[in-house]
Design a protein around this ligand. Structure first.
Ligand code: ADE
Length: 234
């Protein structure tokens, strides 16, 4: 089994590349894809860049060029659920693109024409294994909807929409685009995010301050996850 791991920023993937053995790197469409072994698992790691288009290009390349069996999106997010503190984790049960809006044409907010639904479901086995990882690490974890859009969320009106319209527990800028691409290709996916800020007016201060710490949490979870995936293959 070959696992694709996508992060948006260097801090979200460098810790994985650092422990990769037999690494081969190749640049495609301005994105570097690093292939090798992590904790016994054949893995492809890529730093996609920020936002949905970068994430979509990277996911599609992983699927077509590297033939990954699943894609896991890992990194940081703004917390929407009231119970979340910085460093806590949200594992997506499903994703939605909060900035997809054809409501003037009569569609529901976030509706993806073609796939004909708002929410993309994550793979249940991947979700279960990710939950095991955070439980073992003693990290407070919420499972639920992760919403993505090409916006940094730091205002009350944005926050209220993401909670009220989509039931979002965390906001970021890539996961749902990866879910969309995976659904189009029939490939399993999951999203795991450590909370770097509260997606509120403090976020422009807290995000730079806590991004590194939250990224480190997500990297540790992914390392553990790859060990589990290698074990389940045996
Ligand atoms: N990633 C981390 N924090 C975020 C926020 N507040 N909005 C969007 N993406 C984020």
């Amino acid at each position: 089994m070959r696992i694709g791991i996508i992060g948006a920023m260097a801090s979200e993937v460098d810790g994985l590349k650092a422990v990769m053995s037999d690494m081969r790197a190749e640049k495609i469409s301005s994105v570097e894809f690093c292939c090798g072994l992590i904790n016994g698992c054949e893995t492809v790691v890529a730093e996609a860049g920020i936002g949905k288009v970068n994430a979509a290009v990277t996911a599609q390349t992983m699927i077509l060029k590297y033939g990954v069996d699943c894609v896991i999106n890992s990194g940081v997010a703004g917390g929407l659920d009231e119970s979340l503190n910085i460093g806590d984790v949200v594992i997506a049960s499903r994703t939605a693109e909060h900035d997809m809006d054809t409501t003037p044409c009569g569609d529901e907010a976030g509706y993806i024409t073609g796939l004909n639904r708002v929410y993309m479901d994550c793979d249940e086995k991947l979700v279960r294994l990710l939950c095991e990882c955070t439980r073992e690490m003693g990290i407070h974890t919420e499972v639920g909807t992760i919403v993505s859009g090409d916006q940094f969320i730091c205002r009350d009106d944005q926050r209220e929409k993401l909670i009220g319209v989509f039931g979002g527990k965390a906001a970021e800028m890539e996961g749902a685009a990866i879910g969309h691409v995976c659904a189009m290709n029939g490939v399993k996916f999951a999203v795991i995010r450590a909370i770097s800020d509260g997606a509120n007016s403090d976020s422009t201060m807290t995000f730079p301050e806590f991004c590194k710490m939250a990224s480190e949490n997500s990297i540790e979870i992914m390392k553990r996850m790859l060990t589990k995936l290698a074990d389940t293959e045996e």
